[in-house]
Ligand binder design. Structure first.
Ligand code: NAD
Ligand code: UGA
Length: 483
């Protein structure tokens, strides 16, 4: 018998909950979607009439919000009501790495998942399908089931019962709307076939049936961690090769192109950069490492931990190159940082390579001027744990003159006066069109461009008289050591 579905609740209105429910609401106009969060400010932003004030920046999102919000998509802090009325509840809360206690530094902190499950246990009515949307350690469904089952047995309310499913999300930030609209696959793990069918019926509104995969619940949980681990592993692999390119005269872009033509390898996810960031890659690999260690699989744990170690080493390597090229000292030198988000087309800075690199440059005494088209200075202050120097109205020159180890934010690109170097950390489109001829006139000589994303036009930069270091480009080294 088919389970009737009318109302959906999503606990967690973040980078996953917000866009995912918006897409579902746009594809399923006959269903109602209530997205709830404990963060009042976030919910207020989701409800802001001015669509440029949504809490997350994602191309294509505001257009979908305009079509669905307050029609069949509602954002609120009323968690109780949303749970009571729901036939399906998505748990889409944050699952960061634990900072204290057992498993600290590796395993996920499940306190937000647990509190969500307890709220579901407390308020839900009748039969409810509970869906893990967050990325979770393998066998978390068991924890959720335990909490829900104790509510079933202890409750004096009308009969309540639950089915727990795993339905991990594979969207990437910056392309979330397209990823949700055309997913490579939708994964549904569970035991209860009717519940799995009910969930798949929502996706069938726009996802071809052959892309909907059914697995057991543990495979689904593990597949999500594995998918992120494989993707991150490709980036660490190519970044490690970039270092070899630089000392051998090879060019990592050419190497990527050459290996990517092998259909077994494929061309995606082979761009060398400043090291992977984002809230999930590191966290999910560390989760896998923790799982392997828990089962005494130390070789497996070491293998995957290597992916994170290379990433950390690689970020440090970029800072060291900047210092070396600027004659071994950057104390008091003005360095322009282009891009702070962990990738283009998002305002998210979680685990961005820019955080570690900027901190290290500041520690070495550099005065940074940081530009990003979507990240605001308050977020950068939080990430660096250092306030920007001087007052809003002071000019950049006034605020960093005579200073050592400071930073200042700029909303525009009129920032190159007296700079010693420019370091590109995020591949924002607008950085491709900088007029280098004009920029070089303003900078201290020799003037450097460090391009960690390989986005500038090498010929134009060099023709303008700037010195260019491009990540993984060994052809720029004058002397390549012979063996
Ligand atoms: P996020 O921090 O942006 O959002 C999580 C939200 O959950 C926050 O707004 C928080 O206030 C809310 N929350 C926490 N506990 C709550 C509770 N008890 N009741 C109501 N709201 C609560 O996180 P995110 O980036 O959306 O990630 C969520 C999950 O999805 C994580 O497990 C992550 O690994 C996974 N994931 C993230 C992405 C991504 O691109 N960000 C992609 C795929 C999967
Ligand atoms: C990643 C995965 O791609 C998603 O499938 C997954 O759902 C998500 O994590 C998650 O679980 O959170 P996301 O982190 O948003 O998505 O963005 P990616 O495009 O994967 O980029 C991650 C990092 O790798 C960025 O810092 C990016 O600049 C870097 N990257 C990516 C490279 O350095 N080179 C590449 O070729 C690709």
């Amino acid at each position: 018998m088919e389970i009737p579905i009318k109302t959906i609740c999503c606990i967690g209105a973040g980078y996953v909950g917000g866009p995912t429910m918006t897409m579902m609401a746009s594809k399923c106009p006959d269903l109602n979607f209530n997205v709830v969060d404990i963060n009042e400010e976030r919910i207020e932003s989701w409800n802001n009439k001015n669509l440029s004030k949504l809490p997350i920046y994602e191309p294509g999102l505001k257009e979908l919000i305009a079509k669905t919000r307050n029609k069949n998509l509602f954002f609120s802090t009323n968690i109780k009501e949303a749970i009571e009325s729901a036939d399906i509840i998505f748990i889409s809360v944050n699952t960061p790495t634990k900072t204290k206690g057992l498993g600290a530094g590796k395993s996920s902190d499940l306190k937000w998942v647990e509190s969500s499950a307890r709220e579901v246990a407390k308020y839900s009515k009748g039969y409810t399908i509970v869906v893990e949307k967050s990325t979770l350690p393998v066998r978390t469904a068991e924890v959720i089931e335990n909490i829900l089952n104790s509510a079933e047995t202890n409750s004096s309310r009308d009969e309540i019962s639950f089915s727990v499913l795993s339905n991990p999300e594979f969207l990437a930030e910056g392309t979330a709307i397209n990823d949700l609209n055309n997913p490579d696959r939708v994964l549904i793990g569970g035991k209860n076939k009717q519940a799995m069918t009910a969930l798949s019926n929502i996706y069938k509104a726009w996802v071809p049936e052959e892309k909907i995969l059914f697995t057991n619940i543990w495979s689904s949980e593990l597949a999500k961690l594995t998918s992120n681990a494989f993707l991150a592993q490709r980036i660490s692999s190519i970044n490690s090769i970039s270092a070899i390119c630089e000392v051998t005269g090879a060019d990592v872009k050419e190497v990527s192109r050459a290996i990517g033509k092998d259909s077994r390898i494929g061309s995606k996810f082979l761009d060398s950069g400043p090291g992977f960031g984002g809230s999930c890659f590191k966290k999910d690999i560390l989760n896998l490492v923790y799982l392997a260690e828990y089962f005494d699989l130390y070789e497996v744990a070491n293998f995957w931990e290597g992916v994170v170690k290379i990433n950390n080493w690689h970020q440090k390597r970029i800072t060291e190159i900047v210092i070396k090229k600027l004659f071994g000292t950057i104390s008091g030198k003005k360095i322009i940082i282009l891009g702070f988000a962990f990738k283009a087309n998002t305002n998210d800075t979680r685990e961005s390579a820019a955080i570690k690199i900027c901190k290290d440059l500041i520690d070495e005494g550099a005065n940074l001027v940081i530009h990003d088209p979507k990240v605001n200075y308050k977020q950068i202050e939080k990430d660096l744990k250092i306030k920007q120097t001087s007052k809003e109205n002071d000019s950049i020159e006034t605020s960093i003159k005579g200073q050592i180890g400071q930073w200042r934010f700029s909303k525009n690109l009129d920032i190159f006066d007296n700079a010693h170097a420019i370091l590109i950390l995020t591949e924002w489109e607008e950085y491709k069109y900088i007029e280098w001829q004009n920029v070089v006139k303003k900078m201290v000589k020799p003037s450097w461009v460090f391009d960690s994303r390989s986005i500038v036009n090498k010929k134009e930069v060099e023709k303008a008289g700037l010195r260019l270091w491009r990540l993984g480009d060994g052809s720029q080294e004058k002397e390549v050591s012979s063996f």
